[in-house]
Design a protein around this ligand. Structure first.
Ligand SMILES: *Cc1c(COP(=O)(O)O)cnc(C)c1O
Length: 384
């Protein structure tokens, strides 16, 4: 992919908007998570272009850091990982009706299943290819997103038992997902845990006893050891995005730094309006810097209204007016940055820039929403 640039030295600094990805941080975060899991295997979740960090390089870094499995929503992402010669077990939990189940089985992709009719599609593909499919049965323990409801669970378990008995599938896992594991003490946590226990117990009594029971996401991995079971699935924390700020930083380091460069600089007199709607008026004679980044590049439009600061030459300067589609204006006061100078939108915070977690809090967003929305066309520069 030509949007992937590997940094070879300090001289080939990219111009325009780009994301620097610290692969060593992804590996280090993963090993912190593996320690926190105390021997329970770790699945690194790399859905949505690895939360915007770049599917294949992020997956490799997480595996190098101690993850033994990968998880994605879409089958296409799982197949892309295989095409990159990644051999670790991969689970895709959102196979769609039109998904290519034959390709999934031939590429040894494990599939999440929540209904008997989808299980039938998978079983037929397994039969056609004379190769058993590996499936993970998903149970809805209270979030009402994926998974069989309590009422539908017996039917799914029975269908799986039969298909497994016929040698068409192997039930590798039973799993569910938390709605509020990032809210310490939320009553739904124990309710979901109890519902999971019940579902696992029901399946075992019916003769379906998979090797992997899994429920924990990043927040649960770090704060609820009783939810670890046989596998933990972690996304946010792999990328250094703290899932439960209230309970510490866990030593995680944000892996993405989003940068742009100053395109133009000019002086404007006090009172001059800036950007669409002229919602910002220069409080005094000032200098503005035009930065070629906008909401089409993943900088939320509201960052302007919220007065978010970006960093130029180690100093924070607020966005003046709204964020445009591809351009944003900074009020740099009496500073005089040169065109071409680097602008840091967010990063690990080392040079005074906001972290994604801080930015999300100020914009009433979640951190994953910010990083996952950075288009794949923005170059990623991988640093290790
Ligand atoms: C996204 C996702 C995860 C990872 O959640 P984090 O909070 O990012 O750790 C785990 N499991 C499923 C099913 C998911 O959809």
């Amino acid at each position: 992919m030509d949007s992937m640039i590997r940094r070879t030295g300090t001289t080939d600094v990219a111009q325009g908007t780009h994301a620097r990805i610290d692969l060593a941080a992804i590996s280090a975060n993963t090993s912190i998570l593996a320690s926190a899991a105390k021997g329970t295997p770790v699945m690194a979740v790399v859905k949505s272009n690895a939360y915007g960090h770049g599917l294949v390089p992020a997956a490799r870094a997480a595996l190098a850091g101690g993850a033994s499995r990968l998880g994605v929503a879409h089958l296409e992402d799982a197949l892309a990982l295989r095409r990159a010669d990644i051999t670790a077990p991969i689970l895709a939990w959102l196979p769609l009706c039109q998904a290519d189940y034959d390709a999934a089985i031939l590429a040894d992709i494990e599939l999440g299943v929540e209904t008997p009719w989808r299980l039938a599609l998978i079983t037929e593909a397994a039969e056609r290819n004379c190769y058993p499919a590996r499936v993970h049965l998903e149970v809805d323990t209270g979030m009402s997103r994926g998974g069989a409801t309590r009422g539908d669970w017996p039917l799914l378990v029975e269908a799986a038992r039969r298909a497994q008995g016929a040698g068409r599938i192997t039930v590798t896992g039973v799993f569910s997902h938390f709605a509020c594991s990032d809210i310490p003490g939320h009553p739904s946590i124990t309710a979901q845990l109890d519902a999971f226990e019940e579902a696992v117990g029901y399946a075992a009594a019916a003769g379906v006893e998979p090797e992997l029971r899994h429920l924990a996401n990043s927040a649960a991995l770090l704060t609820l050891p009783e939810t670890h079971y046989d596998l933990v699935r972690t996304g946010l924390a792999v990328y250094g995005l703290n899932p439960v700020e209230a309970l510490g930083d866990f030593g995680l380091r944000p892996a993405m730094t989003l940068c742009s460069t100053v395109a133009a600089v000019k002086r404007i007199p006090a009172g001059t309006g800036v950007m669409y709607g002229l919602t910002y008026r220069a409080p005094a004679d000032t200098t503005v810097a035009v930065v070629p980044v906008g909401y089409a590049d993943g900088l939320p439009r509201g960052a302007g209204t919220a007065g978010i600061e970006l960093v130029v030459a180690g100093r924070r300067h607020r966005i003046a007016g709204v964020v445009g589609m591809e351009q944003t204006v900074l009020d740099v006061g009496q500073d005089l940055p040169s065109p071409g100078e680097e602008v840091v939108l967010f990063g690990p915070g080392d040079d005074g820039e906001l972290t994604v977690v801080e930015l999300a809090r100020r914009l009433d967003m979640v951190p994953a929403e910010i990083v996952a929305r950075i288009p794949a066309t923005i170059p990623r520069i991988y640093e290790s």
